[in-house]
Design a protein around this ligand. Structure first.
Ligand code: APR
Ligand code: ZN
Length: 365
């Protein structure tokens, strides 16, 4: 049946999100309704809210969520009412060229649901789901394919982070960069995603993990999660990083900000023949340049990474094992537990580089 629920609604790009009642339809074929337990506030939400990334409006953002299935549509086979699930904002179709060639994270159909209205505002206007899952709401309706089961021994609130920051940050290090034991790694940008990249580098066995962020409160957290060194950016950053790597630069730089200047930094601090892996998503208008000598001369690889170059269905269970064994610390990533009506404050703090993840925790779950 249809349901009236509370959501943080973005009426226009660049205007504050406001709490409104919205109407969710009954789940259609192969869809489920999920009551949210928790949703992390990710920089991609801020980028969608401010117009750095494109978003049809009105919309409900939020894509790093977990909750419980409370209603199932026709044809749902793998989920039952009461199941704990986390949301996959990029569910692959499993049939296209990319999906059948081992690159489901590049499936061109994975973003389809974000382009289709999923609910209605109080006045009846159609509402779009941010990144297809609309998790800044007490409930949402998503495809069964966008749900990944959470085992009973895993904290459902913390599990929300697995759906974006963890899969993206750890996956970039393990899959896109393929960091090997003994490698040196620099992580640029220590938000939720970058702190997961630091943990991924530690899991991969990197011997030197240099954490770089302009906000000073990030250094302690990064060290706790595995960084061997913490540096602030500046004109001599390359020199300071070379001093920590026998004069060469790092084998791997992982950029987790999403700006041309930090992508350039990641490139510059990488050793000759090394690899800079770009995780951050920035604006189309923010461009970077290379001179015609340096690309061949440094023989570096510049590689992009989407959603951790991961297959959530395969990789989430691996990440859950890391959580169980204590190799992956989800609790440390949550620097604030907030209510749904605090999203704008969380955006402001994120824009100021404060804290790691703000986690919206829903009541009455
Ligand atoms: N050098 C180093 N760090 C910087 C710089 C800079 N010039 N500018 C900003 N930062 C830091 C901020 O201080 C902050 O700690 O980058 C971090 C970004 O963290 P968040 O805003 O929490 O972003 P996060 O959610 O981790 O996402 C990072 O990955 O998936 C993408 O769209 C996402 O582009 C975003 C990136
Ligand atoms: Zn995200």
């Amino acid at each position: 049946m249809s349901a009236t629920v509370r959501a943080a609604v973005m009426r226009e790009v660049g205007t504050p999100l406001r709490i409104e009642e919205i109407t969710l339809p009954a789940p259609g074929p192969n869809q489920v309704r999920v009551r949210m337990a928790a949703t992390g506030v990710c920089h991609s939400d801020l980028s969608l809210a401010r117009g750095t990334l494109a978003q049809p409006v009105p919309a409900v953002l939020g894509h790093e969520g977990a909750g419980r299935v409370i209603e199932v549509g026709d044809g749902v086979r793998g989920l039952r009412i009461g199941d704990a699930v986390l949301l996959n904002w990029s569910p692959p179709c499993r049939g296209c060229w990319w999906c059948t060639h081992g690159e489901p994270y590049l499936c061109p159909r994975a973003g389809d649901s974000a382009t289709v209205a999923y609910a209605r505002l109080g006045d009846g206007a159609e509402l779009f789901p941010g990144l297809g899952v609309a998790a800044f709401a007490t409930e949402t309706v998503v495809a069964e394919a966008a749900c990944i089961p959470i085992p009973a021994d895993i904290d459902i609130e913390q599990a929300a982070l697995l759906g974006c920051a963890v899969l993206t940050g750890v996956g970039a290090v393990i899959h896109a960069a393929a960091v090997a034991p003994g490698d040196s790694v620099a992580v640029i940008g220590l938000g939720g995603v970058g702190l997961c990249a630091v943990q991924g580098a530690r899991i991969a066995g990197a011997s030197v993990i240099i954490a770089v962020d302009g906000a000073p409160d990030k250094a302690d957290l990064a060290r706790r999660l595995g960084a061997t060194d913490a540096l602030e950016p500046g004109p001599d950053l390359g020199k300071r990083i070379r001093a920590l790597t026998d004069g060469r630069g790092v084998d791997h730089a992982i950029e987790c900000v999403g700006r041309a200047d930090t992508i350039r930094t990641a490139w510059s601090v990488t050793r000759r023949g090394g690899q800079a892996t770009i995780v951050g998503l920035g604006a189309k208008s923010d461009t970077l340049t290379f001179n015609a000598l340096e690309v061949a001369h440094f023989a570096r690889t510049l590689r992009g990474s989407m959603y951790g170059n991961a297959d959530a269905a395969v990789d989430i269970p691996v990440l859950l094992e890391h959580v169980r064994s204590g190799r992956l610390d989800l609790a440390a990533l949550v620097t604030r537990r907030i209510g749904l009506d605090d999203v704008e404050n969380a955006f402001a703090e994120m824009a100021a580089g404060q804290g790691a993840r703000s986690l919206i925790v829903f009541e009455g779950r």
